[in-house]
Design a protein around this ligand. Structure first.
Ligand code: SF4
Length: 83
């Protein structure tokens, strides 16, 4: 898997853990300049990302229901800007 090799070579945080590129990108937090992923949850064209669904929870009629949420671990992105 192409993405896995890149993760282990590069994108590590200050604790040495691999993390998605979005955590260090200015477009993930700046609401006036957010990318398509940060603003509308639409994948960025030509990004290199590993899809992995996560399980969230939602309250319906006072009952917590597990809900599958589409998510991505971004390895490389043409719109990325450190920030
Ligand atoms: S790395 Fe790409 S997908 Fe992630 S926040 Fe930045 S621009 Fe958006």
């Amino acid at each position: 898997m192409k993405g896995i090799k890149k993760i282990h070579k590069g994108y590590k945080n200050i604790l040495g853990r691999c993390e998605t590129l979005c955590f260090s990108c200015r477009h993930s937090t700046n609401k006036f300049n957010a990318c398509s992923w940060a603003s509308r949850l639409e994948p960025v064209e030509n990004w290199d990302a590993i899809k992995h669904d996560i399980i969230g929870q939602k309250m319906i009629n006072r009952v917590m229901i597990d809900k599958k949420i589409e998510s991505y671990f971004v390895v490389d992105c043409p719109v990325f800007e450190r920030g």
